[in-house]
Design a protein around this ligand. Structure first.
Ligand code: DC
Length: 219
């Protein structure tokens, strides 16, 4: 069984997907982490994020591996664990910018489909229900108001001991929403057969239970 969760930045997709995966014994695949790792490669190697930079030769040098342990998914970029670094603000914006480039998307979508092949998976991203796994049995479009999403992101940063400005966090989220929805190739969009879940006033537990109920109905 495949479950696709799409939605804008900070809607809680990865937190929810991890909980649901654990409960159902499914593999969780965080596709945003792959765009983030590709953006980090560009940042660390002084590569400008634009279409002409990502030739086949450059793409072949970006080696992304996913490892699983009891804490979830680890992202390994060219042999180095970058799971923490890819969560920083410069990488978030870089990921949204690199995700516009079709050659990058094609490479990552191939990897995502390979990882999903033959397993029960819950995969989150922007184009999972519309493009990566169009035959997923359950598709959820998870959203929340941009104020609420910025509030959650800020709380997450504070919990990690980082300081950030609410307005800046909200601006970054809104920039990514626009960039991710307006790109030409596989933009962020609710699939026609996806169920919309607006989590603005819901707790994590409420969202988890709602998705588990939907998944069990499909099973
Ligand atoms: O889910 P995230 O915030 O980790 O994703 C980072 C960026 O990667 C997001 O702004 C757009 C891009 N992305 C994408 O275009 N398609 C996906 N399936 C997942 C992420």
């Amino acid at each position: 069984m495949k479950i696709a969760i799409d939605g804008p930045a900070g809607a809680g997709k990865s937190s929810i997907a991890k909980l649901v995966a654990r409960q159902l014994g499914f593999i969780y695949i965080d596709t945003g982490a792959m765009y983030r790792a590709s953006a980090l490669y560009a940042i660390e190697n002084g590569i400008e994020i634009c279409e002409k930079s990502f030739t086949k030769e450059v793409l072949d040098r970006i080696k992304i591996d996913i490892e699983y342990d009891e804490d979830g998914q680890k992202i390994i970029l060219c042999g180095k664990d970058v799971s923490k670094r890819i969560r920083e603000a410069d990488v978030s914006i870089g990921a949204s910018n690199i995700a516009v480039i079709p050659a990058v998307r094609l490479k990552l979508v191939e990897l995502q489909r390979e990882l999903a092949e033959g397993h029960d998976v819950i995969m989150d991203g922007r184009d999972i229900g519309t493009y990566v796994l169009p035959d997923a049995e359950l598709k959820i479009f998870l959203t929340a108001s941009s104020d609420e999403r910025a509030k959650r992101r800020l709380k997450e940063l504070h919990e990690k001991g980082q300081t950030a400005d609410f307005e800046q966090v909200k601006r970054d989220i809104e920039y990514r929403d626009k960039n991710d929805s307006e790109r030409e190739f596989a933009p962020l969009r609710q699939a026609d057969d996806a169920i919309l879940v607006d989590t603005t006033t819901m707790s994590i537990d409420d969202v988890k239970n709602c998705i588990l109920k939907l998944a069990k109905e499909k099973m």
